[in-house]
Write a protein that binds this ligand. Sequence first.
Ligand SMILES: C[S@@+](CC[C@H](N)C(=O)[O-])C[C@H]1O[C@@H](n2cnc3c(N)ncnc32)[C@H](O)[C@@H]1O
Length: 214
Amino acid sequence: MTEVTLFFQEFTRARRETGAIAPSSPSLSSALTRFVIPSPDLPRRVLEVGPGTGAVTRRVRAAMGPRDTLDLIEANPRFTDLLRRRYADDPRVRLFTGFVQEHELGTYDTIVCGLPFANFDAPTVTDLFDRLLGALRPGGTLSFFAYAGLSALRRALAGPGTRGRTLRTQSVIARTLERHRFRTEPVFRNLPPALVHHLVPVGPPADDRPGYPG
Ligand SMILES: C[S@@+](CC[C@H](N)C(=O)[O-])C[C@H]1O[C@@H](n2cnc3c(N)ncnc32)[C@H](O)[C@@H]1O
């Protein structure tokens, strides 16, 4: 089975988590990995969340030096089976199956995230951003994408039962971008076109905030 077929099959089976009908294009993958920059002196730690069939992972690995490490966290075991076979020989890569929320995250220089945030409810999105931004060392980056124009379309199509949830999720994403974004780049060569957002942590990591359960 090809990667595209497997991805589409998983989209039909688990639409909300898969969040896309096809893997990211080379242009989108390259924008998402813009800040995976090898450093000759220091080994760098990279995390990819939601690698799917590994379209973006290929770019991450190509940008890694011999002492860099890559952790992959993927919820769908059909995708992790594929990735495990592909990267079995690369000691730099560690693969974890399950939701990122179930994992104790280390500290990373760069996080590349494929999660379909727009499909989740507002508390889940808040929790995910807190975890991911909280796992970055100062100056580290988190890159993720959203499909261009999809927010407006979702608002227009939301019925009375889902409108409130859609607005709350979009508001969490907008507030996170306002606080942490340093760059957004459009990617037209993807179906559908996408926006890639690059974020940095601001202020203390999430687990140092008063009242945040440790
Ligand atoms: C939009 S796809 C992106 C796949 C790949 N990064 C790409 O760009 O082609 C989202 C991926 O995130 C995974 N996923 C969704 N929720 C997750 C979670 N909470 N933790 C880890 N992976 C998750 C899905 O199984 C899916 O593989």
